[in-house]
Design a protein around this ligand. Sequence first.
Ligand SMILES: Nc1ncnc2c1ncn2[C@@H]1O[C@H](COP(=O)(O)OP(=O)(O)OP(=O)(O)O)[C@@H](O)[C@H]1O
Ligand SMILES: [Mg+2]
Length: 373
Amino acid sequence: MEKLFGKEREPNSIIKREEALLPDYAPAEVLHRKSELEEIAEAIKPLAERKLSTNLFVHGLSGAGKTTGVRHVLKEFSEFSSKVISVYVNCWEFSTRMGVYSCIVRTLQEPLPRRGLAVDEAFDRILERMEKDKLAILLVLDELDGLIFRHEDELLYSLARANERKSVVFGIIGISCDPYLLRRLDNRVSSSMRFSQLQFKQYSTEQLTEILAERAKIAFFPGTWDKKVLNSCAEYGASNQGNARLALEVLWKSAHHAENRNSSQIQQEDVTTVLKKATLRGKRKSPFPLDSFELKNLKLSEEEELLVELLKGGEKLSSDLYDAFIAKKARTKRQIRNYIDILEAKGLIEITESESQGDVALKPRLIKLKKVV
Ligand SMILES: Nc1ncnc2c1ncn2[C@@H]1O[C@H](COP(=O)(O)OP(=O)(O)OP(=O)(O)O)[C@@H](O)[C@H]1O
Ligand SMILES: [Mg+2]
């Protein structure tokens, strides 16, 4: 029961629990995704009896609820079976075989030697533990693009090969916004994985309004919002490919806008002002400057963040960018090139060949930020 005293709200305060509007919040219910979640549950169920499951490739536009939906199923599955260990990996954060194995090792709470482990050793440890404790592993590879981009999809092949031994079982769920991502897999890898595809369709305005309403009930004090306001935020999300994250972002910003002008309610004018600012910045994947929402979602490494920082001043020749980077952090040019390629794949920067004459391989590249930061 809520406390009877000492809970008077501040005058004009609207937001009660901000975290319910932020991208990492796990909603108690995933609305409008019943059939998708059931399909995932059906696919992974055999793992509970250490039988091979159907590997899934979940795709859909950004903000379609893929991560939220899959994580919700994982949570329920872990309550259902203790013999299946679920490991969630964001492949932009962990984009190598070793990175993914480390996530598994950590989840299994395997003791590690001080010297660390070599890739194959780590994998052997995982297999030994699975055999010993009769465990199955459900591995979710979110933003699978990260792994494929680094040419580390061999990982999938190793897992499929391990499944052939029968004594261990891995189930895989890959997630991406790119419906054609699997075409970039090596034939050998894709035929061994035999992914079934599951699309998360884009949300309508009505669906987004309902999603927002559930959040608003948790995030705001009663009487501070109404359906009309939510509907405007939802319309914006719907017209941007049904993006629930964007709809939540508009609502969050509108609530702050209302609080800043000392209003006790979020009103249409708050949403209008927030949207006007967004439109002024032009049409981009997310029309807002890269702030808490989008940056968090892009999971930038320290090195990638440094590159973004360096590019804020305007476009740079690759050679100048290397020099500026090395002045701040000791990395090889090859490594820096790699970080640049990853930023390009994440859609943050644009690279053009510079006009200069001469050896094509040595042609400097011009690099600039695509988005407002
Ligand atoms: N059906 C839903 N019910 C409740 N909240 C949802 C639902 N779908 C999405 N959301 C919310 O919208 C936001 C975006 O969802 P999510 O991160 O799952 O999208 P995504 O498809 O993984 O996007 P991306 O491809 O950009 O990673 C999250 O904050 C999530 O809580
Ligand atoms: Mg996601």
